[in-house]
Design a protein around this ligand. Structure first.
Ligand SMILES: [Zn+2]
Length: 439
């Protein structure tokens, strides 16, 4: 999947080798951190990694002091919509430079976009791959396959027959999609038809089937993953089925918290650097208005959603204990669930669900790579892997919120110029119409 263009390859070879020293290493594999580790990066990849006593710092390399800090693999948000005007009205794509930057600014070096304007996400991916735009590595589904009356007409293929399923599957495969996305307007039988067509074309299916996420009947269609954790209690049979068949679940607790409005009880989260530095004034105003008591709330609905968040967290813990492949994702952007920062919030909500911080970090690194079958390329800090790295202050193995204390982001061995990714009124468009979508 890493089809480097010659230009990008040249840039990688020109980078001086680097060594990060005296750092606590959390390598993404879930084991205990290595205190006082050395990580050597050369030609865009990890060249050596281990305790300082075992890994020599080569002469002439750029030395990055990591004392008091922790080094992690770059994070992955495997459910975020990059926004290509897909609500049919908004020109949210005008803010692409800023939204791509917000992800990278927060240490998110990989994303999966499970539903968007196909040509838009494909071009973003290609611009970033070509080194012409700063942003994360992008995987996408492109169009969503929905029933005859799609919820999001502008980004959907409406299908009613298996023939139509096969047509769209071929189209998305040609567009280089990583998964086919099946959506909740499809019956279980039609999901099965989509899976059959996709299997013929050697592509897997990612499903958001709303209340049917995590159900045994829909898991049995052969979908590769559910795009959200279930908000209704899962049966033991379903949990076991997912574990036995390698059916993954992308967690998206952050979007449930957004719907439940829990974050808006204290708007001070807007002041922390990962949001403060990248939000536009208009977005900030919209979020404050959305969070104000005057916003006109349906408390019955909100309480129902808050219970759904609790149920999703308990499903996540049960699936984790049973060995289901869990992958972190946010469904950003929603109010209080923004590009980049939302993933850090997701990690906190996963710890709240009962997972350990080390497990949670693996969900956003190694497991993300597993989902897209790229574990030989990225997702852990091991020799030979692409040097996508996140250096933070403190110790997220003990206090997960320390992932927010970003000191440095490295992408393909190159240190990201984070200062250039902040919102700048002289350059950036001050609007963000898509953020107030709330279902
Ligand atoms: Zn989504």
């Amino acid at each position: 999947m890493s089809a480097f263009l010659p230009l990008q390859l040249a840039a990688v070879l020109l980078q001086p080798p680097a060594a990060i020293v005296h750092v606590r290493l959390i390598d993404g594999r879930g084991g205990p951190p290595i205190e006082n580790a050395t990580v050597v990066v050369r030609e865009g990849r990890i060249a050596a990694v281990g305790p300082a006593a075992e890994v020599k710092v080569p002469a002439g390399v750029r030395v990055i002091e990591g004392r008091g800090m922790s080094l992690l693999p770059g994070l992955a948000d495997m459910h975020t919509h990059l926004g290509g005007g897909w609500d049919g009205e908004s020109a949210d794509y005008l803010g692409y430079r800023l939204t791509m930057g917000a992800l990278l600014y927060s240490g998110v070096t990989t994303v999966l976009d499970p539903g968007d304007i196909t040509s838009y996400v494909k071009q973003l991916r290609d611009e970033i791959r070509g080194g012409r735009l700063a942003g994360p590595r992008i995987y996408y589904t492109g169009l969503v396959l929905d029933g005859p009356k799609p919820v999001w007409p502008d980004i959907s293929g409406a299908i009613a027959t298996p023939d139509q399923a096969a047509h769209f599957v071929r189209q998305m495969k040609q567009a280089d999609a990583t998964f086919i996305k099946a959506y909740g307007g499809l019956s279980t039988e039609m999901v099965k038809a989509v899976v059959d067509a996709a299997t013929k074309d050697s592509i897997r299916v990612l499903a958001d089937l709303w209340q049917r996420n995590g159900s045994l009947a829909d898991a049995q269609t052969g979908v590769a993953a559910f795009a959200h954790a279930a908000t209704l209690p899962m049966t033991d049979e379903a949990v076991r089925y997912l574990a036995d068949h390698g059916t993954a679940t992308i967690t998206t607790l952050a979007v449930y918290e957004s719907f439940a409005r829990r974050r808006f009880q204290d708007l001070s989260f807007l002041d922390q650097p990962l949001l403060r530095d990248v939000l536009t004034p208009t977005y900030r105003r919209q979020i404050r208005a959305h969070g104000s008591p005057a916003a006109g709330l349906d408390t019955g609905r909100i309480n129902r959603i808050a219970r759904g968040l609790g149920t999703a967290q308990s499903n996540v813990k049960r699936m984790f204990d049973a060995g289901v492949l869990l992958v972190a994702g946010t469904d950003a952007p929603y109010p209080g669930d923004y590009y980049g920062e939302g993933l850090h919030r997701e990690l906190e909500l996963l710890v709240e669900a009962g997972l350990t911080p080390l497990d949670v970090i693996s969900l956003a690194t190694r497991n993300a790579a597993r989902l897209v079958r790229a574990e030989s390329e990225w997702g852990t800090v091991e020799p030979g892997k692409v040097a996508d790295l996140l250096l933070v202050r403190g110790n997220p193995a003990v206090r997960i919120a320390d992932t927010r204390r970003v000191v440095m982001v490295m992408q393909g061995g190159r240190i990201v110029d984070r200062a250039a990714l902040r919102y700048d009124p002289r350059r950036d468009v001050d609007h963000h119409p898509a953020v107030l979508r709330t279902h």
